[in-house]
Design a protein around this ligand. Structure first.
Ligand SMILES: NC(=O)c1ccc[n+]([C@@H]2O[C@H](COP(=O)([O-])OP(=O)(O)OC[C@H]3O[C@@H](n4cnc5c(N)ncnc54)[C@H](O)[C@@H]3O)[C@@H](O)[C@H]2O)c1
Length: 261
């Protein structure tokens, strides 16, 4: 028996990085998947799942557009007859622009994808989850939502807001049996961080990446997918309303320049 055997699951941002790793892991564990992304790359993810013997359908959708969110949820219900878990994972970085040069339009786009996207996933999944009396929602936040210096301002604000969305929604769902949690990844090697990794490779300083955490390395998408698997599964039946850093220990410390004690 897989850890998600027979469960109908949606993962957004499934065309790359964490979402693709999660798609492969969840389906290997028996989930029937609706893989959502705004790009065609989600079809490659679904091909990989099929080659590995898993069950998945691809849906091209923009997670920040309400009608498209309603569409991908309807897809899960029509394909698999129910919805057991949803991982609102899609996100954009937003770059590193000095605050004096940032525009409201830039903020609006980052918030639209990174915050409104998870909000719409919550809004349109909970009627189905609440009706059946169980279900799990996972949202990808970030260490940038916990502390400064991990990203630009709108990205950090969007991820802090995702953590708040998770906390407040856990209480909105009181007594329903539906759980919601967030994951706060540290630096993970994905499409989003490719420029950083490529730049370091070009400079020959790849071994400097990830040195701020006590594991002394960046993370891999599968290491975030593993936390998502736990939170989406019944193994996490008493885990609710929390935001879990998966960051090699990065956020465990105050800034500290000396030799570790
Ligand atoms: N990589 C990191 O270091 C890191 C750290 C903390 C948090 N995160 C978060 O992890 C999540 C996954 O990102 P990743 O690192 O795998 O990056 P990624 O760029 O490899 O994957 C993100 C996917 O989301 C999709 N996407 C973007 N906007 C979308 C939209 N409007 N509608 C539908 N799909 C959309 C992209 O097409 C892409 O396939 C994001 O929420 C990101 O903010 C990443």
């Amino acid at each position: 028996m897989g850890r998600l055997e027979g469960k109908s699951v949606i993962i957004t941002g499934a065309g790359s990085g964490i979402g693709r790793a999660a798609s492969l892991l969840f389906t290997r564990e028996g989930a029937k998947l609706i893989a959502v992304d705004k790009t065609d790359a989600v079809r490659e993810t679904v091909d990989l799942v099929h080659k590995a013997g898993g069950t998945a359908d691809a849906v091209i959708a923009d997670v920040g557009v309400e009608s498209e969110v309603q569409g991908y949820i309807a897809n899960a219900l029509s394909a698999y007859g129910k919805l057991d878990a949803i991982w609102a994972n899609a996100g954009i970085g937003g770059g590193l622009i000095p605050i004096a040069e940032q525009t409201p339009e830039h903020w609006q786009e980052v918030l639209r994808v990174n915050l409104i996207g998870p909000f719409l996933a919550v809004k349109h999944s909970i009627p189905h989850l609440v009706k059946q009396g169980y279900g799990a929602i996972v949202c990808t936040a970030s260490v940038a939502g916990l502390k400064a210096n991990a990203s630009g301002h709108p990205y950090a604000a969007s991820k802090a807001a995702v953590i708040s969305l998770v906390q407040t929604t856990a209480y909105s769902l009181s007594g329903t049996g539906v759980r919601i949690n967030a994951i706060c990844p540290g630096l993970i090697e994905t499409g989003m961080t490719k420029p950083l990794f490529d730049g370091a490779k070009q400079r020959g300083s790849e071994d400097k990446i990830g040195q701020l955490n006590p594991l002394k390395r960046p993370g891999q998408p599968i290491e975030i997918a593993a936390m998502g698997l736990f939170l989406a599964s019944d193994e996490a039946s008493y885990v609710n309303g929390q935001a879990f850093p998966v960051d090699g220990g990065l956020t465990a410390s105050m800034p500290y320049a000396g030799k570790p004690i």
